[in-house]
Design a protein around this ligand. Structure first.
Ligand SMILES: [Zn+2]
Length: 285
């Protein structure tokens, strides 16, 4: 199915077996234990450590709010319909609902298009999230206990260089950015002729083809993530989701802290997409 062309696999299938599982250390109180080990990993920069620290604090705050009964999936569904006109189905999962709402708020802040729908659904084992190529509907896996494991999965994916960010919101942000990308590709193609990397077939489908082995793939793998190096669409989603996650603060609103990010996602977003589309990654990685 076409819709399966755009997926983000979770680390269960791809995690580097040599990595220690840090489960149990992921609290803000004993963060120093994790921090030490993060710095020993060649895939982790100082920015990544800060992002993970902020993420853990936000993750804990969100779980505290849920445990106190302050967050209701149904209420969030109503708000997302009212505020953004997005139909949602969270099956009562307050954590997934809150993650979607936070990600929608970030999109709104950045002036980016919202997906057409968001749901928690069964999308296959080992797949964390996906976004429909044409429908731009975002789905988050019902096979994952997000409230419990989202932070651990994100850190392990980052440690193995499978994904670009260790933030617990990296999966929804990644999927939302597919939606942004798909929406913009069509507009750009209409506005002017982009010389694409793969000059055949429909413009959306081409981005879903595998990147050929070579310098571009290697550079993306080293500087963005392994998953980003699989396809042009994944390069875009991984690159942009890292920028966003590195710019989130640690309170439960998770709004962008650094307003320079607006410059990146204002008008120039078209150029980023255009560059990624044509395989011109050099200035980003
Ligand atoms: Zn993806």
């Amino acid at each position: 199915m076409l819709v399966n062309s755009y997926i983000k696999l979770n680390n269960n299938q791809h995690n580097n077996k040599n990595n220690t599982n840090f489960k149990g250390f992921y609290t803000s109180k004993n963060f120093y234990k994790l921090e030490k080990q993060l710095y020993n990993n060649p895939n982790i920069t100082k920015t990544d450590v800060t992002t993970i620290k902020n993420s853990i604090e936000a993750f804990e705050a969100l779980n505290r709010a849920i445990n106190k009964g302050k967050i209701s999936a149904n209420q969030i569904s109503d708000q997302m319909m009212k505020k953004y006109n997005i139909p949602t189905e969270f099956h009562g999962d307050a954590f997934v609902a809150a993650s979607a709402a936070l990600t929608s708020n970030i999109m709104k802040k950045l002036g980016l298009v919202q997906p057409n729908s968001v749901s928690k659904a069964f999308i296959g084992d080992g797949i964390a999230g996906m976004c429909g190529i044409f429908t731009r509907d975002v789905r988050l896996s019902s096979s994952i206990n997000w409230a419990k494991d989202a932070q651990d999965i994100a850190i392990n994916d980052k440690l193995s260089n499978f994904s670009s960010s260790g933030h617990f919101l990296s999966t929804p942000v990644h999927e939302y950015m597919h939606s942004v990308h798909m929406n913009n590709l069509t507009d750009i193609q209409k506005k002017d002729k982009v010389q694409p990397l793969f000059p055949q077939h429909d413009i959306r489908l081409r981005g879903g083809q595998n990147l050929p082995a070579g310098n571009i793939k290697q550079t993306i793998s080293q500087n963005v993530s392994n998953y980003g190096s699989t396809k042009p669409v994944e390069a875009f989603a991984e690159f942009t989701s890292k920028i966003i996650c590195d710019n989130l603060n640690n309170d439960k609103q998770l709004l962008p802290k650094d307003y320079t990010i607006f410059k990146i996602f204002g008008q120039p977003v078209d150029y980023i997409i255009r560059d990624f589309w044509s395989g011109n990654f050099s200035k980003y990685v």
